[in-house]
Design a protein around this ligand. Sequence first.
Ligand SMILES: [Zn+2]
Length: 118
Amino acid sequence: MSKLTKSDKIDTNKQIEAVRAAGQVGSSLQANLVIACADADRALLASLGDDLKFVTITSQAQLASAAELAVTVTPSTATKCERCWHYRDDVGADPAHRTICGRCTSNLFGAGETRKVA
Ligand SMILES: [Zn+2]
């Protein structure tokens, strides 16, 4: 069982690249990521909160519990935001801004987002 430190790099790119090469996603931002790892590592990654998806340059990153580190990549079924290129379910949630996501709408027209790490 491995133990990650803050400086460790989980090579999520390798898995994403394999799925991209197979034509299932156009870019890493179209990927939904599940990182399964031991509880201690999961706690560390969970400390990134929502920033985990920015760190991994994916549209969605989730954590799961497993004895061995495993990265699963699935294509997002959400809509691509015209501004940030993230694939998100809340694109067009604001009728006044149909082609951008809620995060961009908030950044452009609202209070903006709060990022902790990335
Ligand atoms: Zn956006």
